[in-house]
Design a protein around this ligand. Structure first.
Ligand SMILES: CCCCCCCCCCCC(=O)SCCNC(=O)CCNC(=O)[C@H](O)C(C)(C)COP(=O)(O)OP(=O)(O)OC[C@H]1O[C@@H](n2cnc3c(N)ncnc32)[C@H](O)[C@@H]1OP(=O)(O)O
Length: 201
């Protein structure tokens, strides 16, 4: 089993900052519930955001792919990216049969129904799990369709196993499947259709 494109192993300054923002996000949600956020804390966070925004690349450079690389795709991904504060982040491994595998716990910022993972978040995670498996099979492309079946609730703060596997191909079309499992039981199944396309990453 090999780890997929997850960086050098030692977190760099961006990864440390991203992790701090993740903790901040969870704490802000908690503060809202408990009513403990103070104007002082809010102002400090806003000042920091202003400072970083002033030196960050213009959003247009991201959309045109000027600062993107294929190698960095998983590191910046909203699912697996250690450099992306929005990411959980998942660390995908490539199994010997070509499938992708990750283990994670979803914290409170991914909540849908009380105590449970938001269904859209499950879809997001499974999309990337399938994309990683497709990429290993030399079938990188974009998602054309996803069908999600929510079989059981997926709880927050509980170990979840994420799997993606590539099922079959026909021309430019690739069918794949992804699952979330908790305690050996499948909670979500996703069937995906991907269309092979050169990605400007
Ligand atoms: C380690 C690194 C990992 C790297 C991992 C990185 C992870 C990134 C994962 C990101 C995954 C995403 O979020 S991707 C983003 C979300 N998806 C998108 O934005 C896609 C937007 N849609 C498109 O760009 C387009 O519609 C395409 C590319 C899907 C198709 O356009 P096209 O290229 O012009 O091709 P077209 O001729 O229309 O279709 C080709 C064939 O596919 C069929 N087809 C097309 N769309 C559909 C559809 N929705 N449902 C059924 N079939 C369809 C057509 O009938 C045709 O079949 P036939 O006539 O040949 O039989």
């Amino acid at each position: 089993m090999n780890e997929v494109d997850s960086g050098s192993g030692t977190p760099d300054a961006v990864e440390v900052a991203a992790d701090a923002v993740r903790r901040l996000t969870a704490a802000i949600l908690e503060s809202r519930v408990r009513g403990v956020a103070t104007p002082d804390v809010s102002e400090k966070i806003s000042v920091l955001a202003d400072r970083l925004e002033a030196v960050a690349a213009h959003p247009r450079e991201c959309v045109t792919g000027k600062i993107g690389t294929h190698e960095g795709a998983l590191q910046r991904s909203p699912v697996s990216g250690p450099k992306n504060p929005v990411a959980i982040p998942l660390r995908f491994e490539q199994c010997d049969d070509g499938s992708s595998l990750a283990h994670t716990e979803f914290p409170r910022q991914y909540q849908g129904p009380p105590g449970l993972v938001h269904g859209g978040v499950s879809g997001l995670v499974l999309d990337v799990a399938m994309a990683v498996a497709n990429s290993a099979a030399g079938r990188a492309g974009v998602t054309a369709e996803m069908t999600l079946r929510y079989l059981r609730p997926t709880p927050l703060y509980t170990e979840v196993t994420v799997r993606g596997r590539h099922v079959r191909v026909e021309g430019r079309k690739t069918w794949s499947q992804g699952t979330l499992e908790v305690d050996g039981e499948t909670t979500v199944v996703c069937d995906g259709l991907f269309i092979t396309k050169e990605l400007a990453l």
